[in-house]
Design a protein around this ligand. Sequence first.
Ligand code: DGL
Length: 242
Amino acid sequence: MRIGVFDSGIGGLTVLKELINKYPNNHYIYYGDTLHLPYGVKTKDELRGYTDKIIHFFIEQKVELIIIACGTVSSNLYDEIKDKYGIFIIDVLNPTAAYIKKNNLTNIGVLATPMTIKSKAFSKKIDMPVKAISCPLFVPLIENGNVHSKECEEAVKTYLNNLGQCDNIILGCTHYPVLKEIILKHTEANLIDMGKCVCDYIDIKSEEGKEVSLYFSLLSKTLVKNVSMIMEDDYEIILKEL
Ligand code: DGL
């Protein structure tokens, strides 16, 4: 199956990686909109414009399914766009809410981008109050390759402190699984990875053979390093501005 997966940058690769691990035999077409990141501080209108261009690109690429591997677009636009393009579209929030309900998880915290927190989408989808903290420093730190800096560790500590005690923490932005090890140094909570929830939610088993195409709207050396750090494999990276 041809599947389009997108995000503002490398974050959605944490979802793509899970998809490839569980369902290797598909043709995945990934689009990372590095020219316009971070999405988490953009207006809804701006997000709508970027998303529309990416979906049209995927339609040209003849994908049969689109996975919004972005918490910000999922929480702000999914309900509005899911039936708009005549193509099957999946977000990251509904699968995460389904996972939480299926496992009866409670005392939930959410770390996410400012726009995701502002939308209150997680508490609405999960249908229970959650503690939610906006983490604007994380995406720039990750995209700029500064995950192992002192600044990053300080940011992790500050945000976790602001969140307070939780049994379960949703990594509500697809970039954040990159910080998993650092986060786990400072909390005993169970971390919920939205990419894993998506894999639980869908069944896209196929025997067609594995193919992965990675497109980004802006390339840099740091991006290339980040891609191989997350994917743990070498894939060709293609520049494509929409
Ligand atoms: N990884 C995206 C998300 O899940 C976008 C983050 C950003 O670009 O601010 O929200």
